[in-house]
Design a protein around this ligand. Structure first.
Ligand SMILES: [Fe+2]
Length: 384
């Protein structure tokens, strides 16, 4: 997590009686990972967070892979998937392995359900849309271009300004981190890092919601959703402190690192997970050597797979992509610019591209659900 934060009312010391002026005490809850040794926060509730009145199975979330083992690149036109449903519960998966799972959703419900992903941290890239992410920690405003980083186990809900929202979701089995090489030994972001603490948006405190009733929380675990009905509103928090909370980062605040000649993809790295990285390709000036080729060179990266999600219809090295496209290049084959794109890039001064790349270190599986929007002509699209 980024850094220590505190909101609302908290007692002078941890684990002491924190008197509720209405009588009794506030109820302390530690939310964190890695068994009391990872990042954590302490939250103070009006009611015990353990007051569960009902537990019901909602649905299984099987991520069915295609049976073919043929090795081929893919172009998924994910923007063509039909809209509908809930931001958390109605996602379409397209690639996964045991470390990372990728999905998209076009939610039409503007107020989403209470949800917590207890099996993965989530990075939600808002390709289109605007709204507020609510949680016991407060509210986070977002608009298109924002990454929302939601640690596992955090109950949250979305409020969208319209039904025209498109989210690209990265679920990480390991903890999502800011790359270590961007931080000094105190954890502070370095002067040379492409973003700083000022670019990280943390929750704005809200008054505790003092409501009793039935509050269904949809919990993802074991690749299924279980509904836990809480008796008290999950956002009944009077204060919290710690380093475990949802946060947001606007891709437009990623300061691109450019050079005289082509810089390799690690300069675009934004987040790290176990077995994958997330990179941001943002509008930037191109390389300034007089004979530089700004488009990338062909590459065969052993033990690395590339997924590019395009949030605009411009990209320096590819043709035929559109908003919502995703190209997948598996390990084992060369990839590179489409014919003409390298030549076309020579002498260009800048690019307006906007894309999110997920590179994994272990092979991915293609989901059946994505094959309906797969472009069958893509593997041959380098032929002239
Ligand atoms: Fe690549």
């Amino acid at each position: 997590m980024p850094f220590y934060q505190t909101r609302g009312e908290i007692p002078a010391k941890r684990h002491i009686a924190f008197k509720n002026p209405k009588g009794g005490i506030f109820f302390e809850e530690l939310v964190g990972n890695e068994g009391f040794t990872g990042a954590s926060s302490l939250l103070y509730h009006l009611q015990r967070p353990t007051r569960v009145t009902a537990i019901e199975h909602h649905k299984d979330l099987p991520w069915k892979a295609v049976s073919s083992t043929d090795l081929r690149p893919h172009h998924f036109r994910l923007g063509n998937l039909p809209p509908g449903g809930d931001a958390a519960l109605d996602r379409t998966p397209f690639l996964y392995n045991h470390e990372v799972a990728l999905s998209v959703v076009h939610p039409t419900k503007t107020t989403a359900t209470f949800y917590r992903n207890s099996q993965a941290d989530e990075i939600v890239y808002v390709a289109k849309g605007k709204g507020t992410l609510r949680s016991p920690y407060g509210k986070l405003a977002f608009s298109s271009g924002y990454y929302l980083v939601i640690p596992r186990g955090v109950i949250h809900s979305y409020e969208f300004a319209s039904s025209d929202t498109f989210l690209f979701v990265v679920e990480s089995t390991g903890v999502v981190r800011i790359p270590k090489r961007y931080r000094n030994s105190n954890g502070q972001l370095l002067e040379g890092a492409p973003y700083s603490e000022r670019d990280i948006h943390t929750p704005v405190a809200c008054d505790p919601v003092e409501e009793m009733g039935a509050f269904p929380v949809h919990t993802k675990m074991r690749n299924a959703i279980t509904v836990h009905t809480l008796e008290a509103h999950p956002y009944d928090v009077v204060g919290w402190d710690g380093s475990y909370y949802p946060w947001a980062f606007d891709i437009r605040d990623f300061e691109p690192i450019v050079g005289r000649i082509h810089q390799p993809p690690p300069v675009h790295q934004t987040f790290a997970g176990d077995g994958f990285v997330v990179c941001s390709f943002v509008p930037r000036l191109y390389d300034f050597h007089p004979e530089a080729i700004p488009a990338p060179y062909h590459h065969t990266n052993a033990q690395s797979e590339e997924l590019l999600f395009y949030a605009s219809d411009e990209f320096m090295s590819r043709k035929g992509i559109e908003f919502g496209s995703a190209t997948y290049h598996p390990d084992g084959m060369a990839h590179g610019p489409h014919p003409g794109k390298a030549e076309e890039s020579i002498g260009k001064k800048s690019t307006d591209e906007l894309a999110v790349m997920v590179d994994t270190f272990r092979p991915l599986k293609v989901c059946e659900a994505a094959m309906g929007v797969d472009d069958p002509a893509y593997p041959q699209s380098w032929l002239e």
